[in-house]
Design a protein. Sequence first.
Length: 336
Amino acid sequence: MSKKTCTTVFSILSLAAMSLAGEVTTNEMPRQEQHAGVFRIMFCGNSITRHGKAANLGWTHVSGMAASSEANDFAHLFAAMVSATRPKDTVEICYSSSNAYSNEMFKEKFHKKLSDMKPELVIYQGGEAATANDPKKMVIWQEQYDGLLNAFVIYIKPLPKIIAVSTWDPWIGHGPNGYKSNSGGEKISKVQKACCYKLGVPFVSVGHYAANGKCFGTGESGGVRWHPNDAGMRGYALELFKAYLTLYKINGIDAQATLDKAVVDAAKTPRAAQKSVAGGTVIYKVEKNDTLEKISNKFFGNADKVKTILKINKDIFGNPLIMPPPGTPIVIPQGN
């Protein structure tokens, strides 16, 4: 059997396995114990993880801020990807705030929620509120970050698995590894990584996505545009899923293919209906020397669908329009 044939067979088997994914739902109800058949993920984060409507910011729905819909934020994409590895389980999502240790009044409620929710997995997203250029404030923030990490271990029984993600730091210029040398993002990320190392918590970086202008800049106000858009959210989901596969020792799963399917499925959800078209969608990976016209011709036999392809992938192509690098997955509408 040729290498190409083996790759094709592996892809088919991977997609077949993913088609058997379990259900994903949000559940904020306390539980007395963990249950077989239920895998609960707690997302402890800030506005990147989840934000309510904010008319003053031009923000009109509830999701991770700057995502086009709830289904397209990193929490829901990641949960869908986890579900693909747990076909017999219902994957539940619940939330808590990564700013809980910034105020003594919030600590008790936060601790109770950790105890009540009993998640199997915690995703810890935070660090954006740190003031890296003020040493005294930085020390206080480090104590809060470390304290919150330890709270997961102290108050959640049975002990959950934890994955932490670095701070989001766009718009300041970046070095080859994502964060610019000696920048606030790099300083904060180093502190986060050190705190995680002490507890043996896997730590993933999204610095290289924050360095990519296609991964932010979507929204009506600067406050929204600072956040990761759909492309940035996919970056979060992909890096977290890779860490999840390693943490749970899961082999034989193509992380990118799992993300691609989650993106397609997200386009089919009612809240993302405006991002889809009649007949469904497929994922296409950009090839060398591709243009929008070539892609349209490849799928439709003419260049008439350029605007449609561009509209459904506006977070990837950006403004002004720049073709993404080869291998970038984009959504291709099917039907009329």
